[in-house]
Design a protein around this ligand. Structure first.
Ligand SMILES: Nc1nc2c(c(=O)[nH]1)N[C@H]1C(S)=C(S)[C@@H](COP(=O)(O)O)O[C@H]1N2
Ligand SMILES: [Mo]
Length: 425
């Protein structure tokens, strides 16, 4: 690579930050070259003289549905199975930007992926309504639609870091890849619920999927009317079977499992149904033995995607970019701070806009690595003022076997050899 790379200018040039950058040995404040130089000497050929191989022959053919480059074969989801569940984690460490490609969207299936013929699928709205309604896809396609970019995160994301006594040496995707972000397009649920006509006693809605175990959850009606979407499209194309084809419920910022896939029934009721899915699986046991029920929101969280677990800095000392993703189920990300010394000092990272409500936000910070041991951490704050807790504080709130809604600060240790490893700081 030729030329120089200039790290982005510091965000928020307060006096405090300037002096932090000056006084900190680790964070780069000036432009640093990372490109390699043209070779010199008697046998050196001038840069640009040799034609690349691909320019000497005609190219190959394309495919009807575009595929990633063959050299990107390793960029895939990883699967793990537990108690009949199948979980596919997104390789966050290989992604840049904020939108998860459809083929890499994480997935959690309690009973596999059903094959649903859209011509035969119906959505029913019944219960405490004036007019029970049934919709086929042809009819739904005539409704006005909206598009929104939102993350989706499994309540059990990062369970390994919540439960394991020692930090497991895994990749970021394997540790925290049950989260993704996509542009969802569909029909506001208020349109369909209001068409059915809500009775005064209507307070909750039971959403049921058309998969084997009929996954179902109860949601407060008021929240569904405000924010709920019947999603039909994911990043511009129809939903993937893995994401609920032909239609799913989307509740922005709420734990993944209420986002019922393969949605076929909305029953309007006056109290929660206490389905097996919400009673058995998605409750948290607090430290005092009390049960936390219907904890819908996913709280503010962030992860450093590069450098991250099982990666190795190429050994060259100098400029590196620390970068990552932050999100909150409560609103926009207001601030991300990064530490290179295990939390002893923090610098404010640059946020890359647009900073959207309940969506992935990218953050970066230039860093000079001089071969020293380092512990990299990121700490996000959302616009409501919620800040990520330390692991110790998070663990003190819940019973030792609780793992849902884990949003503690995540840490990577960088060794002198440049190897990056999961650690508890
Ligand atoms: N019908 C149905 N909906 C479901 C599930 C399921 O197994 N069946 N899994 C839930 C869980 S636990 C999560 S985390 C999200 C994951 O959504 P995704 O697979 O599109 O990422 O879907 C939820 N919706
Ligand atoms: Mo989940």
């Amino acid at each position: 690579m030729l030329g120089q790379v200039s790290p982005p200018s510091p965000h928020g040039s307060t006096l405090q930050r300037r002096s932090f950058l000056r006084s900190s040995l680790g964070f780069a404040a000036a432009a640093l070259p990372v490109g390699s130089q043209a070779q010199t000497g008697p046998n050196a050929r001038p840069i640009g003289e040799a034609l690349p191989e691909a320019m000497k022959t005609p190219g190959g053919s394309d495919t009807p549905y575009g595929q990633p480059a063959v050299f990107e074969r390793d960029v895939v989801r990883s699967e793990s199975r537990a108690a009949g569940f199948s979980v596919w984690r997104s390789p966050l460490q290989h992604q840049r930007g904020t939108i998860t490609p459809n083929g890499l969207h994480f997935a959690t299936h309690h009973n596999g992926v059903p094959t649903i013929d859209p011509a035969k699928h119906v959505l029913m709205i019944h219960g405490l309504v004036e007019r029970p309604l049934q919709f086929d896809l042809e009819r739904l396609m005539r409704y006005p639609m909206v598009s929104r970019t939102h993350f989706l995160e499994c309540a059990g994301n990062s369970a390994a870091n919540a439960l394991s006594m020692t930090a497991l040496d895994h990749t970021l995707g394997d540790l925290a890849g049950e989260v993704s972000c996509a542009e969802w397009t569909g029909i506001p649920l208020s349109t369909l619920l209001n068409e059915a006509g809500l009775r005064p006693s209507a307070k909750w809605v039971v959403a049921e999927g058309a998969d084997g175990g009929s996954h179902s959850r109860s949601l407060p009606l008021s929240a569904l009317l405000k924010d709920g979407m019947l999603a039909l499209y994911q990043n511009g194309e129809r939903l993937r079977p893995s994401q609920g084809y032909p239609m799913r419920l989307l509740m922005p910022g709420w734990e993944g499992n209420v986002n019922v896939k393969w949605l076929h029934r909305l029953e309007v009721v006056d109290t929660p149904a206490y389905t097996k899915d919400e009673s058995g699986l998605y409750t948290q046991v607090l430290n005092n033995g009390q049960i936390e029920h219907f904890a819908f929101h996913m709280e503010v969280k962030s992860v450093i995607t590069h450098p991250s677990g099982q990666q190795t800095l190429p050994g060259v000392h100098g400029f590196y970019e620390i970068g990552g993703l932050a999100w909150s189920g409560r609103g926009r990300i207001a601030k991300v701070e990064v530490s290179i010394d295990g939390g002893a000092s923090w610098a404010v990272a640059q946020l890359h806009g647009p900073v959207l409500d309940r969506a992935f936000t990218r953050f970066t910070l230039p860093w000079q690595w001089r071969g020293q041991k380092a512990v990299l951490m990121s700490r996000a704050t959302d616009e409501m003022g919620h800040v990520q807790p330390s692991r110790k504080v998070w663990k003190s709130r819940y019973a030792s076997h609780s793992f849902n809604h884990y949003n503690a600060i995540h840490a990577w240790q960088v060794g002198r050899d440049g190897r990056v490893e999961n650690t508890y700081a």
